[in-house]
Design a protein. Sequence first.
Length: 287
Amino acid sequence: MRYFGFLPTFVGMVLFVLSTTTWANISTYIYDPAPPFCSAYATKAVSQYRTARAAHCNVAGLRWNDDFEGQKKWCESMREDIAQAENRARTETLLDCFHSSSKPHDNDLDMIPDTLGSTMIGAVREGDLERVQQLLAAGTDLAYEGTQGNDGNILFVAISSGRENIVRFLVGLGMDPNSTFNGGYSPIAVSVGNSHLLGYLLEHGGDANNTGELYDFRELPLVSAINHGNLEAARLLIRHGARVQVDEFMDECSTSTLLDYAIKENQPDIAKELRNSGAKTYAECSQ
């Protein structure tokens, strides 16, 4: 299996924007525990189109569009087996586009969108790229977010699970390496324990100052590097623009600083790296 060799012009976008009406429609049914058959069909059809666009698949024809209402009305005029044949055709096209040798699973084609998404979260945690591609091809939406604990979106799950093969695949589809979930942690800080993964994220749009949605000193990736005692991670972050002169109030010198924290945590090598990059202690700020 191969990863995609492309990246979007703007990392963090899925390369196109759905109409507000279309997104409102599919977001309603992505998490619906019992959607009507044709609502589920239309939701998966739109999600497959989103994925095809993100992956730059060469698709054309009436089966490929983001017209939720149009897909739903067409489905309602057909037998279920004919609609399922369309779903299978899109799934096979996407698997070919992913350069996957696997075939569609009949069970996947029968799944409602929410079951596809929750199954995807499990496959991401296990690092099963082939299964991730099958589920995405079958209609899992790229915007799906897990609802258990700190799942977050599928890329966050891949990052927090250390599944670099899946991270590369999803970032190649244009997913934002800085994205998190409601009130969630920084995916960059979460990756600090894995310097190789951290380096990849920073090279592909990761923000070395990302604090997730909490904007808190304790969530800074450099603080995480100090907590892990990971000098290599600290150097990577500094090289990619991490703030070295920052204090516990997220200011510069109004209270104890990042350098003070490294010293307090008995990390002399990281403290030296911070000093060499211009960091000061709170006491030194007024000198």
